[in-house]
Design a protein around this ligand. Structure first.
Ligand code: G1P
Length: 333
């Protein structure tokens, strides 16, 4: 379903100034998400010259649909897509298409009809445009009036988390307990720290450690965006899933351009951390792929294709034969 962005509500809210590791009285679980999707996708050119990277298919669904499904299965049914120039087709994907639906109905192709209709029923999709891509923090700042004083999730549309290893529900539960910022991390090789937000962490209170099924919970003591190799406080990289208090918007306004000359979300979160907002993270145990680059995109595609009930058996067999150098010439048709 497509919707209109509701009128602005700039009530200040969110956490701040709480004792760093003590759970505050449970806050309301976030029910809205923001998907920043205005970027130029230079890492996947020329494929993304005219097609948004968010619409590249993984098996038979665009990457963005998986992200919306991930949010919906975590009970987030209100999603703000921050789009940009040339990316309107992303919005079309979640709209009804009565002509296509009536053609499929007339042909009796009910499976495809249901698949097409489902895209418009996953969530309420709202949109706004980021005129110039000036950084992730800048993109998130567009959500202020939509979010309306509540905590909210941010999902980066080029990062794919395996459906059967959900991360977001644990992050939302943890945020409802702490009222602060909740991040997730993966461990990366030391020579890749300059591509990510990096955190320094310590152990958490045992009462919080039990909240997550998705990985171990840690308390964040420092955050830095894309540090030079050799200068990072750890090898824990921030994954593109965030649950943020409303106070992030004020912090973004106070954030100066950082890495790459952009307004970085990591820098805004570091401001809140320094001011006493509790920041926790889950070291994710599941599979996460960067579908914004060809290698990660291929890995996600192969994993999903292997797992699909309809395609998996034939695809796995072909893959085994191919890797053994014995695949028959010609593929499926
Ligand atoms: C963004 C964030 C970074 C995070 C990364 C995850 O960077 O700024 O902190 O680690 O996403 O993919 P980008 O990939 O947009 O440069």
């Amino acid at each position: 379903m497509l919707g209109h962005t509701p009128s602005a509500d700039r009530t200040a809210g969110g956490a701040g100034g709480n004792a760093p590791d003590r759970p505050v009285t449970a806050a309301r679980r976030a029910t809205k998400a923001v998907i920043p999707a205005a970027g130029l996708a230079t890492r996947f050119l020329p494929a993304t010259k005219a097609v948004p990277k968010e619409l590249l298919p993984v098996v038979d669904r665009p990457v963005l649909q998986y992200i919306v499904e991930e949010a919906a299965s975590a009970s987030i049914n209100d999603i703000l897509l921050v789009t940009g120039r040339g990316k309107t087709s992303m919005v079309d994907h979640f709209d009804r298409n009565p002509y296509l639906e009536s053609r499929l109905e007339a042909k009796g192709d009910i499976a495809r009809l249901n698949a097409v209709r489902r895209t418009s029923e996953l969530a309420e999709i709202y949109t706004c445009r980021q005129g110039e891509p000036l950084g992730l923090g800048h993109a998130v700042s567009y959500a202020e009036s939509h979010v309306g004083g509540e905590p909210f999730a941010v999902l980066l549309a080029d990062e794919f988390c395996a459906e059967d290893e959900p991360l977001l529900p644990s992050m939302l539960d943890l945020q409802a307990q702490t009222g602060g910022i909740v991040l997730s991390f993966i461990e990366i090789p030391e020579d890749q720290v300059n591509r990510y937000g990096i955190a320094s962490v310590e152990e958490v209170d045992p009462s919080l450690a039990a909240v997550s099924d998705a990985g171990s919970v840690v308390k964040v003591t420092g955050l830095v965006e894309k540090p030079p190799v050799g200068e990072a406080p750890s090898n824990l990289a921030v994954v593109g899933r965030y649950v943020l208090p409303f106070s992030i918007f004020d912090a973004i306004r106070r954030t100066k351009p950082g890495s790459g000359g952009e307004i970085q979300l990591t820098d805004a979160m570091a401001i809140l951390l320094a001011e006493g907002t509790p920041v926790h993270g889950i070291v994710y145990r599941g599979h996460r792929y960067d579908t914004g680059i060809p290698l990660g995109y291929l890995q996600a595609t192969v994993q999903l294709a292997c797992e699909r009930e309809d395609l998996g058996p034939a695809f796995r067999q072909w893959l085994v034969d191919y890797l053994a150098g014995s695949s028959p010439a010609g593929g499926a048709s």
